[in-house]
Design a protein around this ligand. Sequence first.
Ligand code: AMP
Ligand code: MG
Length: 353
Amino acid sequence: MNKFMRRPQKRLSFVLVLTAFLLLACSESASEYRQSLFIFGTVVDLKLRGVSNERAEEAVLTVDKAFQRMHKDWHAWKPGELSALNHGFVSGQPRPVTPFLLPLMTQSQVLFKQSEGLFNPAIGKLIALWGFHSDDRPSGPPPASEAIAELVNQAPGMDDLEIVGNQVRSRNPAVDLDFGGFAKGYALNIAIDLLREQGVDNAIVNAGGDLCVSGTHSGRPWRVGVRHPQGAGIMASIEALDGECVLTSGNYERYREHDGVRYPHIIDPRDGLPVRHIASATVIDEDGGRADAAATALTVAGPNAWFRIAKQMQLRYVMLVDEEGAVYMNPAMAKRIEFQGGEPEQLVISDPL
Ligand code: AMP
Ligand code: MG
């Protein structure tokens, strides 16, 4: 074989190698690994793209391990670090808190202040009084108004917590922490971070419509649904960008029912009563914990006060839906949302942010 014949062969093998490499890269990016996990009483669906099944499996195991610990140590009433701490608050003595739990408290203190106390994870006793510290749906008549008033008058708030280093004490014995309005968003963010640490840069972690994403879906943004306030299906879709979370709070999610009246699980800390006026609030933010807390706070704030709270919480994308189906949002959110079946009849776009 002379040297003139060798060149095309070399080129051919180079082309073959390149083709194989491209095919592999394409199949890698097209592959999607799916897995479901369980946390905070909810199924969490994970989709991981662009990595081998082995890597995806390993990464999901790490997330699952973190979720199990969160479920135990952030639980408001089952045995774990948080419930032990809650019992200890009565004494007023400082107690050490692990770095796993502490950030929930420090971050919630800020969010409590920004929301003028409408997001208030210190009202665990009120939430329990309404029957929501149970895995089952509560039933029977609402609690006595005297019992509600007594807890409201004790005014537990996140500003009652004194945090020095890792030592935490409560100046108010009525403080009982329940991170049900914050932990899911915070956990979803952590899941995305854990996946990234393991080389998974394109993923969605979706807890029943509350979600965070990283990267893209084959080069396009992840398209996600926003739950319908009446609980059935989705009302709109959003393209979630790398690092964003979409969190929705809704009165429809959990409630107590008696004599045909529903008492939803989101409590207004000012009067201790379940919020009635708003059906749901949706927030897009890169900080999942803040988005979650904000969605809860805005549900409490309602159509008349949401602008102020949204501004103070430094939110960029907000939508509220009331019981009549009227939709309120800021213009930046309006640009990103696509309604299923056309725009709602009552759409109020205002720019408080
Ligand atoms: P979310 O679905 O994020 O709005 O969270 C609702 C959960 O947050 C409830 O089940 C309670 O555990 C807790 N919660 C209820 N009302 C409040 C409130 N005003 N501030 C903070 N957490 C609350
Ligand atoms: Mg929330």
